[in-house]
Write a protein that binds this ligand. Sequence first.
Ligand code: NAD
Ligand code: TYD
Length: 338
Amino acid sequence: MPAVLVTGGAGFIGSNLVRYLRRERPGWTVVNLDKLTYAGNLESLADLRNDGGHLFVRGDIANADLVEHLCEQHEVEAILNLAAESHVDRSILGPGIFVETNVSGTQVLLEAARRAGVKRFVQVSTDEVYGSLGAEGRFSEASSLRPSSPYSASKTAADLLALAYHHTFGLDVIVTRASNNYGPYQFPEKLIPLMIANALDGKKLPVYGDGMQVRDWIHVEDHCAALLAALERGKAGEVYNVGSDNEWPNLQIVQQLLRILRKPESMIEHVKDRPGHDRRYAIEARKARSELGWAPRIPFADGLQRTVDWYVANRTWWDRVRSGEYRVYYEKNYGARG
Ligand code: NAD
Ligand code: TYD
């Protein structure tokens, strides 16, 4: 039974990926290494509690001995690295931990993979490494890297380290760069779940600046399918963009959510913009479609409706994750924008 190590598997994309791999490749064992930071939550994996093919380990990707031990103990064939500090606003409030986890943590993991003879390493990255676009054009894998936030800078450094491990040491590395994900189990500090939660609570919906910044949205399950395709069919040393041709200005996303929830647009409040806010992301994913045989399947209208339904039905989940630490962050980030 082949084993794969998923890091960050208690987070948003990670928990969806663990579930997806167990469903699509039931013969594989999924070892899930997660530090359980504020963003990691075992309740996101509650349905896998009695699943012998999912092994959860609490720990840090920056713990070389632990990672090497896990790889050897379970004869791990591949690593999918999703563990990260992932929120741009938090990276503005405190960049240090982003370097520790996203840069140093990834390097430690790469080194452990090399020593343990892991056959493939998938570095899960973001389109934010390319920086910001004007009104025209889209990012391709050949676009230059111009990250603008501490988050995206740390992800860029990690991508480059991963590719350096391929070029220098021959480690089989693949880098995927996905656009903004949405779907169930996303921490309610990110745009879509934050707006749903605030609307359901009768709170204002804080839109940064004019709200005309554009993001390119992909359903998390389509992203998970791309990660499996990259793992199975990707070519070592290559980068694959992952997106679903679905650009929207933030304000229109918020308006759509309010329409689905039958709430008034008067709940929207324009607040002070994010410093260094990237204006537009748009991703060209032709290479993943042609070389990985992958294509996104979930139309945005369906995906958004299903996501709203999930948050309406799973209030206990997001109420719990918005406990103490979240309130402190919310006050720090939004208190200063009023
Ligand atoms: P998330 O914040 O929801 O989850 C991150 C997980 O990593 C959490 O469970 C956390 O506990 C864990 N973690 C953090 N530091 C760790 C450490 N040192 N050791 C072990 N575990 C640690 O993030 P997400 O949105 O699920 O993103 C997952 C990955 O995908 C990240 O690498 C992110 O950069 C990338 N990505 C995210 C998006 C998006 O839209 N969310 C888009 C493209 C790429
Ligand atoms: P976010 O979900 O943080 O993802 P990213 O910054 O990685 O793209 O934000 C998506 C967009 O929504 C981004 O342009 C910032 C904006 N935004 C708001 O306008 N208000 C908010 O409260 C949040 C969290 C984000």
